[in-house]
Design a protein around this ligand. Structure first.
Ligand code: IVH
Length: 685
């Protein structure tokens, strides 16, 4: 590219990256692969390195985190950031509506069934963002409402905050101050904590604390690594010509300018509409990907909002309908140890029953012994339990100041509480494990539950209670025994009528027709989840090939590292595992269970790249040379180290050298990394 073209390319890259960023982080609808985004990003970085004088604060490269600060500046809010009044029940919601109606009639305005705009009350931190001529110039925390801390650099790292507004510059207001909530989605929070537990890093009690801790970092590069999101919920200031009539319209404008607004935003009328909205949102609460602590109800008309004004430090035109808290205090009565499918012994807290977010909680997970040490929890302690979404309730914190004198410390068991086998802790592992294997009834039960689960063989009607009984009565030991059950036998079990027994036998029959990835997953090999099972099936093509694979071959498969390879290899070395597998797949006429799947293993000569010789050169960015080789070979290609007349295809990564020159002189077709990825994706289906 010539120096003259650089400024144009720079602008083009920035617009493209802004657009892709918005699609990915705000709309949740990316239109290009991640690798392509990364390529555009790097190209922009290189251009900016060449021309540092062209770097602007709104460039997509400026999100990654500026240099650390020594402190945050104090910034005064031009418009104070106030709080909201609360209502906790229908009577006070009704009173809120009545107050508004009365005030509206006092003002001589129509007061019947006023319109409200409703949205979730996100449980994060309020921040204010100022845009001048469409560019983000300042970001501030709420602080005490009058002034907060300037955390512009930290907020710039939040991908759903636009660094510059979307759309054409003539649609932008000269000045815009947007307010909204920064929060951490629940799944990302759980993942971050799991990783922190593994590495002995700081674990946060809840997503709100995690978001607060992340924004308070003086080093924006730390904030950049935290999975934060921003949703806008208010326009605090805007140039006059851009005024909206209603809050809802103002929110639509923000969406057009590239902000994420709540997908649950709705306009309703009067008390009946508000009540419906609050009830429906409460129903959805557990399914939302983030924590909410209520609904915010705002009079929709912005002029009426202004007329009603404020009382003390709260608006008269809005309130928060609060839902039951997701954290409560209770007492730890005891700790029991549960044995899982792979023998891991997990401490479970037995709690004095307490209502948490509408559900009675009497058990909570304590993860492992390291977590017990980290929390410094003892039996008898007052603890904070948290229940949010469909995550298992957790002990989030111990109230150390309330510790009773008789509190007892918790010790890992030395023997399995179920089968009495020795319990041991492998080096570098957090879990203690029962060494009983399938001798242990607990592990047998869990293995069967896993085998029957939805993503495995999906045996409908084979629930936890029935499996417990089948194992306890010695009727079923391995998954293969399930297929020997008949209606008469099943009828004898608790809560089993003839009809459900018949349904179960039919479900077992149906489960025999499955797929190879499901079958591999169902075996319950340690660390082999759904994705790894699919990779193994794709790579080896048949169960036989997988059973015979060496650890070296297993390492060639995506996602499989040395530990997983060892687990898989050891699983297929075990005699009783092989016996069970043989019984499962042997045809019915030979007294097997007859589980089968469409044979995906294509004959080598039918594979899409059979007969072709490929050469890889230069460095690839999104996969290693070995991975590329393994995937091409799985499609039937031969991968060679040197280019000749017989080479069918050369893949040239970055900084490709003599092989590329040679290929070009011999007329061998050349493709780049992206083309290779596209081809693999297409052929691997
Ligand atoms: S509107 C004048 N909308 O609630 C009041 N606030 O108690 C403007 N919050 O500090 C606030 N979600 O952190 C509003 N959809 C939402 C909200 C919301 C969460 C928080 C915000 C504020 C607190 C007010």
């Amino acid at each position: 590219m010539t120096a003259q073209q650089d400024p144009q390319r720079l602008q083009q890259l920035r617009s493209q990256l802004h657009e892709h960023n918005h699609r990915y982080y705000v709309l949740d609808d990316p239109s290009i692969p991640d690798a392509e985004y990364d390529r555009l990003f790097r190209e922009l970085q290189q251009l900016e390195e060449k021309h540092p004088e062209w770097v602007t604060p709104d460039s997509p490269t400026q999100r990654v985190g500026a240099a650390p600060l020594s402190s945050f500046p104090e910034v005064r809010h031009q418009v104070p950031m106030l709080s909201l009044g609360n209502v906790f029940d229908d009577a006070s919601l009704q009173a809120f509506v009545k107050r508004i109606q009365d005030s509206l009639s006092d003002l001589g305005r129509a007061a019947d069934n006023p319109e409200f705009c409703c949205e979730p009350k996100l449980d994060g931190l309020a921040v204010s963002l100022t845009y001048e001529q469409g560019i983000l110039v300042q970001g501030v925390t709420r602080g005490d409402g009058q002034s907060g801390e300037g955390i512009t650099e930290n907020l710039k790292t939040v991908r759903s905050i636009p660094l510059r507004l979307q759309g054409s510059a003539d649609s932008w207001p000269d000045l815009l101050e947007v307010r909204g909530e920064v929060y951490m989605p629940r799944a990302a929070f759980e993942q971050m904590n799991d990783r922190a537990r593994d590495k002995d890093d700081k674990v946060f009690a809840n997503p709100r604390n995690a978001a607060a801790g992340s924004l308070r970092q003086l080093d924006p590069r730390v904030t950049a690594k935290r999975p934060l999101e921003f949703t806008a919920y208010q326009v605090a200031r805007i140039s006059a010509s851009h005024d909206s009539e209603t809050h809802f319209q103002a929110m639509q404008k923000l969406a057009d300018w590239g902000f994420k607004i709540s997908s649950e935003l709705d306009v309703v009328k009067g008390y009946p509409g508000l009540k419906d909205y609050c009830d429906q949102l409460a129903e959805k609460r557990d399914q939302l990907p983030f924590d909410i602590d209520g609904a915010v109800l705002k009079l929709n008309n912005l002029r009426l909002q202004a007329e009603l004004g404020f009382r003390a430090r709260e608006p008269r035109w809005a309130t928060a309908y609060k839902y039951p808290a997701q954290e409560e205090i209770t007492r730890l009565l005891d700790v029991e140890f549960q044995v899982g499918r792979t023998g891991a012994v997990t401490p479970v807290a037995r709690l004095e029953p307490v209502q948490v977010a509408g559900v009675t909680v009497s058990n909570a997970t304590l993860h492992n012994m390291d977590e017990i040490a980290r929390l410094d929890v003892r039996i008898g302690d007052q603890v904070i339990v948290r229940r949010a979404g469909d995550v298992i309730p957790q002990v989030a914190k111990v109230i150390l100041t309330e510790r009773p004198a008789e509190a007892r410390s918790i010790h890992a068991p030395t023997q399995c509480p179920v089968c009495g086998s020795h319990v041991e802790r492998a080096e570098g592992e957090a879990a203690y494990r029962c060494t009983g294997g399938l001798y242990c009834a607990a592990q047998r039960k869990e293995a069967l539950k896993h085998f029957a689960s939805r993503k495995a063989l999906d045996i409908e009607g084979l629930g936890e209670k029935l499996i417990d009984q089948l194992v306890e009565r010695g009727q079923v030991e391995t998954p293969a025994d399930l297929y020997g059950l008949n209606i008469d036998e099943l009828e004898n079990f608790d809560r089993m009528a003839k009809k459900s027994a018949k349904n179960l036998v039919e479900a077992l029959e149906k489960s025999k027709q499955t797929t190879l990835p499901r079958f591999i997953y169902a075996l319950g090999i340690r660390e082999v989840g759904e994705a790894t099972a699919a990779n193994l099936a794709r790579y080896f093509g048949s169960l036989d090939a997988l059973r015979q694979a060496s650890e070296e071959q297993l390492l060639e498969v995506d996602d499989v590292g040395p530990i997983v390879a060892q687990h898989i290899h050891a699983f297929f070395q075990e005699k009783h595992n092989n016996e069970t597998i043989n019984k499962l797949i042997k045809p019915v006429e030979k007294q097997g269970a007859g589980i089968h799947w469409p044979e995906t293993a294509r004959r080598r000569e039918d594979l899409p790249l059979s007969g072709q010789t490929w050469v890889l050169t230069g460095s690839l960015e999104s996969l290693t040379r070995d991975q590329a080789k393994a995937r091409l070979e799985a499609l039937g290609a031969k991968v060679s180290g040197s280019v000749s007349k017989k080479t069918s295809q050369l893949v040239a990564g970055a900084a490709a050298g003599s092989k590329l020159t040679k290929a070009e002189s011999l007329g061998v077709p050349v493709m780049d990394e992206q083309e290779l990825l596209d081809l693999l994706k297409k052929q691997e289906g």
